[in-house]
Design a protein around this ligand. Structure first.
Ligand code: 5AD
Ligand code: SF4
Length: 453
């Protein structure tokens, strides 16, 4: 029988009051993995700290989607050499998407001897074994294999007591030509619907007010399950759960945004009237080169359908600027599209070449300076749009989940509205974690301000 490593480690560490520092980079799915890693560490008996200097075990849960994210992590690992020399018992682990690439493992082995554990994205459950092996053998313990079984028995240790993310599927089958995710996260695997429904029910019963369903492409949820629910069916089931809470989800691939899904969002009262619908580019040639499988016209049909049924429907998107050999004209189509859609917010990224992807083999002739220039133009255009767009809320009532104290304004709270708009308003700290209705009095280009009514 396999040894129970968690029990072994409990003994080893008992009475030593060792703290763990877990830091996640990148997307919300990775943050949710980080919460599971914390769950495993908690079972072993560790408590947590926000300061790596106080930690006896450090886990850096990494992101590989852009090169800048990777380099930042290597910088941080480098700086941790000092902590290790001060405390030789310190255990340093690296997990997340970066570990799924052989070259990163090699780089760690060669240049970063301070790293003790490398934990692949599908191997979270192996963490206790790896800690144990490292303690026994005093050398790097790693597991970057791909397991079919992705479930994790430990409960997520959630930062928030009122906002919960719930992964509903893992991996991606889409192979957009710029994207590393399908290579580091493997193929799509959906969680069983009953497990998800039970988990959300329990969260709501425990007072959670916002449930964020996560997946690289939630719209294809269930396609890999035999007799499983589809994503719209899952949303309808979750919408039936008793309680005052809001359902959000991320991300949706435009090619799979069916009419059934859009109707479900519009009809379910607990589902936020906001859709994050990454368009990436406003030019059909570029969309084709990206292997996105939709056209600008098709995308606009989706947008128009939502807006014609709910004029206030909020949309956000992701844009990649400077895909290999994108011309100025092609980029201007993106500007045209964002002016047409009037997004509430956009998340824009300069294309980052990722080894192993199809786009990385293209001989890119576009100078970096043009890409930065395009990025500046995009942000400028969007700033004006958001500014104008947020004014539409002035004088209106907005339901907001208060989520913390404003860092900028003393005595003010911040929160997110149903439409995913940031709001600031005067209020008592005791309201944090609750829904409040505010009347919007003013707007900035990234938020609105209001008064509680
Ligand atoms: N370069 C730049 N941005 C990327 N994204 C994904 N891969 C890359 C890349 N190689 C962006 C996409 C995606 C978001 C999560 O990250 O816009 O929607
Ligand atoms: Fe990457 Fe495309 Fe999958 Fe999103 S849908 S994770 S961009 S391959």
């Amino acid at each position: 029988m396999e040894m129970n490593y968690t029990e072994k480690l409990k003994e080893t560490f008992s009475g030593r009051n060792i703290k763990a520092y877990v830091h996640s980079f990148g997307c919300q799915l990775n943050v949710s993995d980080g919460e599971k890693i914390k769950g495993i560490l908690k079972e072993i008996g560790f408590s947590f700290t926000d300061n790596p200097e106080n930690a006896g075990i450090i886990i850096l849960n990494t992101c590989a989607v852009r090169e800048s994210a990777e380099e930042r992590v290597f910088g941080i690992i480098g700086s941790m050499k000092k902590l290790k020399s001060e405390n030789p018992d310190l255990i340093i682990g690296v997990s997340g998407c970066m570990t799924a690439q052989e070259k990163n493992l090699e780089r760690i082995k060669k240049s970063y001897p301070q790293v003790d554990i490398v934990l692949g994205t599908s191997a979270i459950n192996s963490l206790p074994r790896l800690i144990y092996e490292h303690i026994q053998n005093k050398r790097l313990a790693y597991d970057i294999s791909e397991y079919a079984d992705f479930s994790c028995s430990a409960e997520q240790v959630r930062e928030s007591s009122f906002k919960a993310s719930v992964p509903i599927m893992f991996g991606c089958n889409n192979f957009c030509t710029y994207c590393i995710v399908p290579y580091v996260r493997g193929r799509e695997r959906s969680r069983n619907a009953d497990d998800i429904i039970n988990e959300v029910t329990e969260l709501v019963n425990n007072g959670y007010k916002e449930i964020m369903l996560l997946g690289q492409n939630v719209n294809s949820y269930g396609k890999d399950l035999e007799n499983g629910l589809t994503f719209p069916q899952l949303l309808r089931e979750l919408n039936k759960i008793q309680g005052d809470f809001i359902i959000r989800f991320m991300s949706s691939h435009p090619k799979d945004a069916t009419k059934e899904l859009l109707d479900t969002i519009l009809e379910c009262d607990k589902v936020a009237k906001h859709l994050h619908l990454p368009v990436q580019s406003g030019n059909n040639n570029i969309l084709k080169a990206m292997n996105r499988n939709y056209t600008v016209e098709k995308y606009l049909e989706t947008v128009n359908y939502l807006r014609s049924h709910d004029s206030g429907f909020s949309l956000t998107t992701d844009i990649i600027v400077g895909f290999p050999n994108e011309t100025d004209e092609e980029f201007q189509d993106t500007i045209k599209l964002i002016k047409q859609v009037e997004y509430d917010n956009i998340y824009s990224f300069i294309y980052s070449r990722r080894n192993g992807t199809k786009a990385s083999t293209i001989d890119d002739k576009t100078p970096e300076e043009s890409k930065s220039q395009r990025m500046r133009e995009l942000l400028e255009v969007q700033r004006e749009i958001s500014d104008r767009h947020y004014k539409r809320f002035i004088g209106k009532t907005m339901r907001v989940l208060a989520d913390g104290k404003s860092k900028k304004h003393e005595g003010f709270l911040t929160g997110k509205s149903n439409e995913f708009i940031i709001a600031e308003f005067k209020g008592d700290e005791s309201l944090i974690g609750q829904f409040v209705n505010i009347r919007v009095t003013d707007s900035m280009n990234w938020a609105v301000t209001g008064e509680i009514i």
